[in-house]
Design a protein. Structure first.
Length: 248
């Protein structure tokens, strides 16, 4: 089986800071794959590299067998596909901290998520699907996003990302700063999006337990390197993971 997402030995730097030092990750179609790691490990950098927001120094990223990013090419220049084109190919990112447009209403935020969709009727259909899936967003649709709770904003950020009908959904710490029950709610939605809507999910979390419980496979990142990878159920009982990430 070929991978939907294949990250091959990528390196990303911010000036002199080496944020990713040779990271390889694979996700098969239909899976939920998680990446856990402490603050500053390089998780967000990895997601940003997938959607073309950070250039690669070395390595490459393939989506459905096509190269969407490459560090050193034979022409000597990095190859970067524009974020908009990556979105058009079926990858959507829910950024860290939700990054909602606070002065826009929920409805306007969802419209922004469909900026590549030309067909007005299709936009309306997708919005109504989102309102069915997240009923609270229907109630809040005319409200400015800043008036929403953190959990509601996260749901809206996910709904906005789904408006482009992605095949691969990238989530950057969907549970960050939310109460445990709200986090559970968000994770059960992520699971439905994966199982019923057949969207492959790659999620990044500091909340290792929630992430591993929801996932098929997991990777552990420390200081820009993958230090462990396994089936998620195996990582949940791994002694190293338990002491470093599960507080056991
Ligand atoms: N825009 C930036 N400029 C300089 N350094 C950055 C920038 N963004 C992240 N870093 C650094 O890169 C490393 C990885 O950061 P990040 O990918 O945000 O980690 P995580 O998401 O795991 O918390 C950290 O050392 C961080 O300080
Ligand atoms: Mg981060």
């Amino acid at each position: 089986m070929s991978s939907m997402l294949a990250i091959n030995d990528i390196h990303v730097s911010y000036g002199n800071i080496k944020a990713l030092k040779g990271v390889s990750i694979e996700a098969q179609q239909g899976q939920i794959v998680c990446l856990i790691g402490a603050n500053g490990a390089g998780k967000s950098t990895l997601l940003r590299a997938i959607v073309g927001l950070e250039p690669l120094v070395m390595g490459s990223i393939e989506f459905n067998g096509e190269k969407i990013a490459e560090g050193r090419t034979e022409h000597g220049k990095p190859h970067v596909v524009l974020t908009e084109q990556i979105c058009a190919r079926g990858i959507s990112l829910v950024p860290e901290g939700r990054r909602v447009f606070a002065d826009m209403t929920v409805e306007e935020n969802l419209d922004m998520g469909a900026f590549l969709v030309r067909d007005k009727a299709l936009i309306i259909k997708r919005k109504s699907e989102m309102y069915d899936f997240f009923p609270i967003l229907w109630q809040r649709r005319k409200q400015k996003t800043r008036s929403l709770s953190g959990g509601e904003q996260q749901m809206m950020a996910i709904a906005r990302a789904l408006m482009s009908d992605p095949r691969l959904l990238l989530l950057d710490e969907p549970g960050l700063g939310l109460a445990p029950l709200v986090v559970q709610d968000i994770f059960s939605k992520i699971s439905i999006i994966n199982k019923e809507n057949k969207v492959t999910v790659f999620l990044v979390e500091q909340n290792a337990r929630m992430a591993l419980k929801a996932s098929d496979n997991g990777y552990v990142m420390e200081n820009g390197l993958i230090v462990l990878s396994d089936r998620a159920d195996a990582l949940l009982v791994n002694e190293q993971v338990k002491s470093a990430y599960l507080g056991q």
